[in-house]
Ligand binder design. Structure first.
Ligand code: SAH
Ligand code: SF4
Ligand code: F3S
Length: 470
């Protein structure tokens, strides 16, 4: 509940698992990823770009020749956390230098974009600073850094970084597992008044159809069964179909569903304004498209929605939810909520609770409003006192948790298809994923990873379900 799907404050991975080591004495890179799934995807692409230059990935920072912090700027003290991590890395760099080993340090991601040069000033150990839209130039920046320069590269023209990035070879894709992310849309033009994303990720850009299809096919060829399309506003994706016709995300999903061997599609995260009929139709028609939708609303009061610049009302959101459920009755909804946006009264907050009651979410993520420098929200008067935010968040989370448990309980006794993803906690067990994104523990053999099997849900625990084979 404190984690959210597209944004995690804590590191999501300490390092990426990137397949077998070849035993050569190549250089090693350690990547620490903060933030949303788009950052997770970017870390993978960076490590693939660096592999071309002979960098292998490591999970052991001690043996790394290069440490990258792929950062997130979404909430409170994001930059401060990065600076304190850099302080610790500086000590490590000094210690390694005393042993005659060089260690380079790079800052990438959204804090890199927001802070730029300031990082070099405040963190003297940093060699390169690279934004989320310029990381295809990371290998080049590292070469310049090797020659003694300190490089900041956050300026981007309308240039497609993905054209310059290699797609990993089959063995590497295979080693990464049976589910994969694929960023199809970058940036955001919505400018919600609380949010830094339009500033850190830049304006909305969609990747071309052919490029997306090629990458999806390569992933499937490497054993991937489920692809999650990513974008901060993924349903704003648009492109040109093969006959020159305009495509929206719905059309792209119909196209990707044709790829043989691709069993499941998901996408995240969506803005209510961009749920068009074609996309809703895809939920009705495509069995490959999983019945789960992350559709953040943030608040249930029209006054606050307006102040947030969300550009829709609570009633419009509810109507949309009805329409989606009419198209796909078994769809599970998840959302994001912010409590304590400037000016939020008790009544506004009650409106949010009422909206939650009406929608009934299967999953949700909720946050106290956090003032982000440079956003319009930071200029607003009437900032809500911390103790109000705490109290409201507790009430909101208690309600959401009840709904989440009720949803899980309602699954008990049902038969569902699960995609077997990875070994479970107990020997002889695997963890699979239900259509509604729940983890499901079941007895199965490791050789079955990647299979979709039919099971009966037998019980629930805090964060997962139990099932038996049919
Ligand atoms: N593009 C997505 C959201 C991306 S950020 C959308 O429009 O829904 C993920 C979530 O972080 C947001 O949905 C919001 O709930 C939360 N968030 C963003 N900025 C925040 C801030 N300044 N304070 C608190 N929560 C914030
Ligand atoms: Fe941020 Fe709003 Fe864009 Fe989502 S739609 S990334 S919340 S500005
Ligand atoms: Fe964080 Fe940037 Fe993602 S601010 S949420 S890493 S887009």
């Amino acid at each position: 509940m404190t984690k959210d799907s597209l944004t995690l404050d804590a590191p999501v991975t300490d390092a990426l698992q990137l397949g077998p080591r070849d035993g050569s004495n190549s250089r090693k890179v350690f990547i620490k990823t903060y933030g949303c799934q788009m950052n997770v995807y970017d870390s993978t692409r960076m490590s693939d770009a660096l592999a071309r230059d002979g960098y292998e990935s490591t999970e052991d920072m001690e043996e790394a020749d290069l440490v990258l912090l792929n950062t997130c700027h979404i909430r409170e003290k994001a930059a401060e956390k990065v600076y304190s991590a850099l302080g610790r890395l500086r000590e490590m760099k000094k210690r390694k230098a005393a042993d005659g080993r060089e260690m380079m340090i790079g800052v990438t991601g959204c804090v890199a974009q927001a802070e730029g040069e300031e990082i070099l000033r405040r963190a003297p150990a940093v060699d390169v600073v690279i934004g989320p839209q310029t990381y295809h130039r990371l290998p080049d920046a590292l070469r310049r850094a090797k020659e003694g320069q300190r490089v900041v590269d956050t300026e981007y023209a309308i240039e497609d970084k993905f054209e310059h990035l290699p797609i990993a070879e089959k063995a590497k894709i295979r080693a990464r597992g049976v589910t994969a992310f694929l960023t199809v849309q970058e940036g955001c033009d919505k400018f919600c008044t609380f949010c830094v994303v339009p500033y850190t990720r830049g304006s909305e850009v969609s990747r071309p159809v052919a490029q997306i299809v090629e990458e999806a096919e390569k992933l499937v060829d490497g054993g991937v069964r489920e692809i999650t399309l990513l974008g901060q506003n993924v349903n704003a994706w648009h492109g040109i179909g093969p006959k020159g016709e305009a495509w929206s995300l719905g059309d792209l999903l119909y196209r990707l569903a044709e790829i043989p061997g691709l069993a499941r599609l998901r996408y995240t995260t969506s803005h209510p304004r961009d749920m068009d009929d074609r996309l809703i139709g895809a939920h009705r028609d495509l069995r490959t498209l999983m019945p789960y939708l992350h559709l953040p609303v943030q608040a249930g009061s029209d006054r606050i929605l307006k102040a947030m610049n969300r550009r829709h009302t609570a009633a419009e959101y509810l109507t949309l939810v009805e329409k989606i459920r009419a198209a796909r009755p078994d769809i599970a909804l998840s959302g994001d909520f912010i409590v304590g946006f400037p000016g939020e009264t008790d009544q506004d907050f009650e409106d949010t609770l009422r909206l939650i009651e009406e929608v009934n979410y299967a999953q949700a993520f909720s946050f106290k409003y956090s003032t982000r420098p440079g956003t319009p929200g930071a200029e607003l008067k009437d900032q809500v006192p911390e103790e109000f935010k705490t109290e409201r968040l507790e009430r909101l989370q208690a309600l959401l948790l009840r709904q989440q448990h009720a949803f899980a309980e309602a699954c008990v006794g049902k038969t569902v298809d699960i995609l077997l993803e990875k070994p479970g906690r107990m020997p002889g067990q695997l963890i699979g994923r239900s259509p509604w994104l729940q983890s499901v523990n079941v007895d199965a053999k490791a050789s079955q990873i990647g299979d979709i099997i039919n099971v009966r849900i037998t019980g629930t625990s805090t964060n997962s379900l139990f099932a038996e084979l049919l």
